[in-house]
Write a protein of this length. Structure first.
Lengths: 111, 120
């Protein structure tokens, strides 16, 4: 049950794009199209931003998009806004005995 | 509106026990699997345990297997986490969370968390 690997930090200026990677194995990210992304602001609970690799829940801006290739998933935030500054976590289904494998987390800073 | 409200956290000595509760409202509780996810201070998210809607199936992370027990009372719309033999490394904010689709790897709804501190 090893955590998925994310870069510790990412940054961009307002209006730019930032992409966060999430690397796992064939037992999690590569084995299922069940990758999710969560945004967590300081002192708050996580919020689901992307599910099933590319889908956005109602209310999530279309500036947020997801993709996957092999064992690596990615979250792209386009048109960065100050409100996007937060921690982002990926998660993958890893089987019924390991339904939520989380990433190490990435702090996104809007410069 | 879906609401998940955790309670029961606090300060406990190493080796002690604590039971967390999560009161659910705004959805048909018995039809949804539920999970506990924790976050140590300044650290990332870690899935702890999950339970099926009926309560008949339970799952645990290796780090808590044999020490923690997840359960639910569908008549009270409440999820529980019994934590025994607590260790310093169990210190964390414990969230209850729920997917709208079981086995989808997503957690749509989260509570605000209950803080557990294990220290002498």
């Amino acid at each position: 049950q090893s955590a998925l690997t994310q870069p510790p930090s990412a940054s961009g200026s307002p209006g730019q794009s930032v992409t966060i990677s999430c690397t796992g194995t064939s037992s999690d990210v590569g084995g299922y199209n069940y990758v999710s992304w969560y945004q967590q602001r300081p002192g708050k609970a996580p919020t689901l931003m992307i599910y099933e690799v590319t889908k956005r829940p109602s209310g999530v801006p279309d500036r947020f998009s997801g993709s996957k290739s092999g064992n690596t998933a990615s979250l792209t935030v386009s048109g960065l806004q100050a409100e996007d500054e937060a921690d982002y976590y990926c998660s993958s289904y890893g089987g019924s005995n390991n339904p939520y494998v989380f990433g190490t987390g990435t702090k996104v800073t809007v410069l | 509106e879906v609401q998940l409200v955790e309670s029961g956290g606090g300060l406990v000595q190493p080796g002690g026990s604590l039971r967390l509760s999560c009161a659910a409202s705004g959805f048909t509780f018995s039809t949804y699997a539920m999970s506990w996810v924790r976050q140590a201070p300044g650290k990332g998210l870690e899935w702890v345990s999950a339970i099926s809607g009926s309560g008949g199936s339970t799952y645990y992370a290796d780090s808590v297997k044999g020490r923690f027990t997840i359960s639910r009372d569908n008549s009270k719309n409440t999820l529980y986490l019994q934590m025994n033999s607590l260790r310093a490394e169990d210190t964390a904010l414990y969230f209850c969370a729920s997917p709208t689709v079981a086995g989808s790897g997503r957690l749509d709804f989260w509570g605000q968390g209950s803080l557990v501190t294990v220290s002498s």
